[in-house]
Design a protein around this ligand. Structure first.
Ligand SMILES: Nc1ncnc2c1ncn2[C@@H]1O[C@H](COP(=O)(O)OP(=O)(O)OP(=O)(O)O)[C@@H](O)[C@H]1O
Ligand SMILES: [Mg+2]
Length: 268
């Protein structure tokens, strides 16, 4: 592995609790260098899964958080003014294609469509990336793979991926884990005991049932891990739950009251 590639290596195993056959299926996608899309709500383990897979496959990982101000140059690269002249600087996508990394474009729908299309030639049989401004056509390294994440929850009709983009990817549907697995995740991530973790999961699942009835999104596994860490650190369970599970997700007084009540009952 080159020095560049070494720098993006995932050093220690990121803990990942599988929910189904996704590990073997991702490996199969990787063997065939198929692009992968990971769909699911916020904080359900998408990024952790990709980090785990990069580690498992022993490939460097380059992650890019996409946003609406992002331009194609932010991905591909640009000329910088330096001294009297200019110097080309590769963007993260170009670096990944050169060194043979897994390139993870997080929240790809946030990016504008003219940005999204730069990935097209990399995601079909061509596996190329044209650097228009530089007049160079890169042939992707054999190890290169593109992975994108996508949260179907907050998409408006205006902000969706084009079919011509979607249909370049294989896809995984992620969701919050069932209670037993989520309890295991909380214990492993925080060191909290299983009995208390199970109570947090119970509250979280009750809140998820309110989705669509006043709540836009359920409580994520990420927030439950926060609550578990606070309790593990000695914070009162009720305070931890209000702070990590309820206050972040809603300002609606009725829903807060409903959830606070569920917390008081669970930890009474
Ligand atoms: N299957 C899992 N195995 C291990 N940890 C998990 C798993 N699912 C969720 N987690 C925990 O939840 C946290 C959030 O997960 P992650 O960052 O992967 O979410 P995400 O789906 O990428 O969310 P976002 O869309 O907001 O980026 C992780 O840091 C980890 O603590
Ligand atoms: Mg993520």
């Amino acid at each position: 592995m080159s020095i560049d590639a070494q720098q993006y290596r995932v050093q220690a195993e990121p803990y990942y609790q599988p929910q189904g056959r996704e590990v073997a299926l991702f490996e199969a996608a990787y063997r065939n260098r198929l692009p992968v899309m990971v769909k699911g709500p916020t904080g359900c383990g998408k990024s952790r899964f990709v980090e785990h897979m990069a580690w498992r496959l022993g490939k460097p990982l380059i992650t890019v958080a996409c946003n609406e101000d992002m331009t194609a140059s932010d991905l591909v690269g640009r000329y910088l003014l330096e001294g009297g002249g200019t110097r080309w600087l590769d963007g993260p996508l170009t670096t990944a294609a050169r060194i043979g990394a897994i390139c993870y474009l997080d929240e790809i729908v946030e990016a504008r469509q003219d940005t999204t299309v730069v990935i097209h030639p990399l995601t079909d049989h061509r596996r190329t990336l044209p650097l228009d401004k530089k007049g160079e056509l890169i042939q992707a390294h054999p190890d290169f793979q593109l992975v994108i994440s996508y949260n179907p929850g907050y998409q408006s009709l205006m902000k969706d991926l084009k079919q011509s983009t979607k249909q370049r990817f294989t896809a995984f549907d992620f969701d919050y884990p069932e209670a037993g697995l989520e309890t295991t995740i909380l214990c492993k991530e925080s060191g909290l005991d299983a009995e208390t973790a199970a109570k947090l999961v119970k509250i979280g699942h009750a809140a998820r049932n309110l989705k669509g009835h006043g709540l836009d999104e359920g409580i994520s596994t990420r927030l439950m891990v926060y609550a578990a860490q606070l309790i593990r650190d000695g914070v009162d369970a009720g305070d931890a739950c209000r702070m990590a599970l309820v206050r972040p997700i809603t300002d609606d007084a009725d829903i807060r009251q409903t959830l606070d009540h569920a917390i008081d009952v669970t930890f009474a």
